[in-house]
Unconditional design. Sequence first.
Length: 94
Amino acid sequence: MALDYPTYADKAIFVDLLAEGADPTEPAAEAELDAWIVDREIPFTTAIDAPGAGQRILKDFSPIDHTFLVELGTMKIVTQALAPSTLYPKLDAL
């Protein structure tokens, strides 16, 4: 979705969560997050778990790549998908 961000930037807030570090059993560190942003040219907000929190992203959201569409007024998940492109029709409807 990063490449399509300009198309939807006025309709949605994008946040990318990086869960795994170099060792998939360890949370990502700030240096890994910075490298992730640069490598993928991510133009929107990105985050990792807070130091000492473990891998909460994996435990609380999803153990695999996943995309969530969240209604900002209520912060409720409207829909979710493994393939971000499947959410484009819902974004178009916003």
